[in-house]
Design a binder for this molecule. Structure first.
Ligand code: NAD
Ligand code: TDX
Length: 332
């Protein structure tokens, strides 16, 4: 039994991780989350009281962070400002949370000599051409494109430096695009599903040729647990499930499963600096730690995700109108 401190546990991937840990281990989880617009306590409803504690707070609050880190065995750091589009309009919160927040956590972990796992993204590597036979590996040079991805890259480099200079007991993982329940309606897949539910046509940025490498949030969670249990200190592991799809195909799949015509979507203004393609080679994680994804059927995963949004309208409805109004202002 371990005490995990999970930052950002009221967000999309963090809340999926908390559910996964409570269902698959006997660990205790404390979530530290600021409950920004992206955090939702409803995502953590009904968890066993004896094994779960929630603390509302900011990861830049050094006093609060130090007290919580001191009580934990392992810190799993998900908290971030996570949406590229937001980072293009208002970058400052990304610097505060992703850079200073990470700094605050690793200083506390260093002081109390705690095991630290840093959650990051494949976006730190920039993008690939559509026909590039190579995929991202742990050796790919960093080349981030957006304010979001550059702050995530910065946070990864801080963790690496703290390992080397101060002996921080840390690992890092860089994962590809996640899908599943509890994802905010600002993100691509939930936005389009809830648009169709509301009778709004899905919105595809540009031509829709951009490729993302989709992985189910539960596969991300199992990979993180494998790294915490068996990962080598100081190492980076890429997490991916061979799920490359272009955005147009994803929209068409959603439309098909929701009984709409395949062309019932709109092309809208493209994202500035829009990364063309992400693709992960997760050989190291699979060979060294024996991890394998379980949700390999994207078609079935999307059907389940559509069903979840249909059945959990109470969860997403409060954010929907405001999110669409913001996109509308931006021509998206
Ligand atoms: P999210 O936006 O859904 O959730 C972020 C959570 O962090 C929210 O609950 C929010 O309230 C909390 N938070 C934000 N600022 C905070 C602060 N200063 N202090 C405390 N809590 C704060 O994000 P997500 O999509 O679940 O992403 C989680 C992590 O996974 C991020 O580090 C992200 O970079 C990484 N990641 C995401 C994806 C993806 O596809 N979404 C892929 C790879 C990596
Ligand atoms: O309405 C939309 N239409 C559209 O075509 C939206 C919201 C997005 N898109 C496109 C942009 C991307 O090519 O869909 C793709 C996915 O977009 P997002 O859901 O915004 O994700 P992305 O920018 O790829 O970043 C995500 O994956 C990596 C997460 O938000 C990051 O936190 C993570 O690091």
């Amino acid at each position: 039994m371990q005490n995990l401190l999970v930052t950002g546990g009221a967000g999309f991937i963090g809340s999926n991780f908390v559910h996964y840990v409570l269902e698959n281990t006997d660990d205790h989880v404390t979530v530290l989350d600021k409950l920004t617009y992206a955090g939702n306590l409803e995502s953590l409803r009904g968890l066993p009281e004896k094994r779960f504690t929630f603390v509302q707070g900011d990861i830049v609050d050094a006093g609060l962070v130090e007290g919580l880190v001191a009580q934990a065995d392992v810190v799993v750091h998900y908290a971030a400002e996570s949406h590229n589009d937001n980072s293009l309009h208002d970058p400052r919160p990304f610097l505060d949370t992703n850079i200073i927040g990470t700094y605050t956590l690793i200083e506390a972990a260093r002081k109390h000599n705690k095991r630290f796992h840093h959650i990051s993204t494949d976006e730190v590597y920039g993008d690939l051409e559509l026909d590039d036979p190579e995929r991202f590996t742990e050796q790919t040079p960093y080349n981030p494109s957006s304010p979001y991805s550059s702050t995530k890259a910065g946070s990864d480099l801080l963790v690496r430096a703290w390992v080397r200079s101060f002996g921080l007991q840390a690992t890092i993982s860089n994962c590809s695009n996640n899908y599943g329940p509890y994802q905010h309606v600002e993100k691509f897949i939930p936005r389009q599903i809830t648009n169709v539910i509301d009778g709004i046509r899905p919105k595809l940025y540009g031509k829709g040729e951009n490729v993302r490498d989709w992985i189910h949030a539960n596969d991300h969670s199992s990979a993180v647990l494998a790294i915490i249990a068996k990962g080598k200190i100081g190492e980076t592991y890429l997490i991916g499930a061979d799920g490359e799809k272009n955005n147009k195909d994803v929209v068409e799949l959603i439309l098909k499963h929701m009984g709409q015509a395949p062309d019932a979507y709109d092309h809208v203004v493209d994202r500035p600096g829009h990364d063309l393609r992400y693709a992960i080679d997760s050989t190291k994680l699979r060979d060294e730690l024996g991890w394998e994804p379980k949700f390999s059927n994207f078609d079935a995963g999307i059907e389940d995700t559509i069903a979840w949004y249909r059945e959990n309208e109470n969860w997403w409805r409060p954010q929907k109108a405001q999110t669409e109004a913001k996109y509308k202002e931006q021509g998206q």
